[in-house]
Design a protein around this ligand. Sequence first.
Ligand code: HEM
Length: 509
Amino acid sequence: MEDGWLYVASASSFLFLLFLFKLQRSNKRNSPPSPPSLPIIGHLLLINEPVHRTLQSLSNRYGPVLSLSFGSRAVVVISSPSVAEECFTRNDIVLANRPCLLCAKIMFYGGMTIGFAPYGPQWRNLRRLTALKILSPHGLACSLTGRLEEVRLLVKSLYEVATAAAGGGGFTRVEMRSRLEEMSFNIIMRMISGKRCFGATVDAGDTEVTRRLVELIKETFELSGMDPVDFLPMLRRVVDFKGRERRMVDVAKRSDVILQGMIDELRSRRKRSDSGREVESKTMIDSMLLEGYSDDVIKGQILSMLSAGTDTSAVTMEWAMSLLLNHPDVMKKAQAELDDVVGRDRLANEADIHKLPCLQNIINEVLRLFPPAPLLAPHESTEDCMIGGFNVPRGTMILVNAWAIQRDPKVWDDPTSFIPKRYEGLEDDHAYRLLPFGMGRRSCPGAGLANRMVSLALAALIQCFEWEPIGEEPVDLSEGTGITMPKREPLEALCKVRGCMIANVLTQL
Ligand code: HEM
């Protein structure tokens, strides 16, 4: 009798295991292709820096919809325009979520900021505020003066260096990275709080605080992105990789103090000037205070704008200048266009931008070759869905390899060469093969601002100066590490004042 029970128990356990095995197999059926993986860590050992390049070579082998496991997390990598289009049209809502990452929880106010918040009411509210107010055409028109002023100051500083060192007549060596970073930071800080961070007109008392803020934003950026603990959560109790989690907590605390100080200052300024009448909301903080947002939401919004907008724009300008230095014919063409459309009596302004197709083609081509977010930002599926004909389960992290799509020889002729004229005569039909700002609901709300900043700055640099690389060699275009794909070496170049711009523009700055 006992033997009989044992037999029944073993047979049912066997059938149960078989059922589980079949269930797992049937769930995996019609999954996207995947390389062999190891237990627990999955494909993590295959993923080396730079990640977009590693994923490109895996996609070349396994196809444009690739399934990976980063530890316990299922990941699908997309590397074709048609599948990207499917993600951001048919599946746009299902994929509008973000994975919940450790860096977001610790440094971005519990992951409830615009860039990290799950698809839901909080995100919708912040997105409305950001896209329809702060960064809307009207919002951007209100912050125009700040942008023009910062570009003017950039040109002025270069003019002073060039005239002091070479009497204005010859070429002078200048370092560009820090200048472009400072300009982007100043432009966005002026929109946020009305204050500049760098330069002669910054109050002495503010200099130290803003210097610390800039360092903290850089550190936040460096610690943002995916952490090993995001894929192997059980390790969190055992080991803090390179002290990352402790650093995140420390950075979050220190930046919170500075951001709170910015809000308190504007709040008391409003109180002082608010003698019964409504104060005009000039800055982002002012308008958020006026609308009754909590301090934590405002701090999260400041952090989001600074971290999403400053480095991305500065890196784009640095790559643009590097590529132009290596293609003097393209630089000359852009200069001729500016002379023709804007003339030599004033700097270009934002109303000129749409009349400068050559400059716009240059910017498109820079963003094609060197997108500052090569994998966009990670998305996550909120339901089971089909992508490219494959089953993708709920909770899968979706990475769109914009870098690979934008360099795919099946999609672009001569994909690794810098050829701005490839866009001539093309009416925006390159939507899903050129997607540096992403597409769909979670696409970048700062694309318009970025385009204005980059266009204004490049136009002014090309209008006012002649540029040459240092030495005989072309500028080195190697990529460094970091989530915005920076140039490995900071750009240095030779710059010379254009004589025709001195009398009416440069001496009037
Ligand atoms: C050349 C400059 C820039 C590039 C290439 C860029 C690119 C991107 C990309 C690829 C995304 C993610 C899209 C996705 O998830 O599919 C994004 C998101 C975002 N960007 Fe930008 N960006 C730039 C400048 C800016 C600026 C100037 C701002 C604002 C000051 C900004 C604010 C944001 C925000 C808030 C998000 C999160 C949107 C959301 O999750 O709903 N970006 N950006």
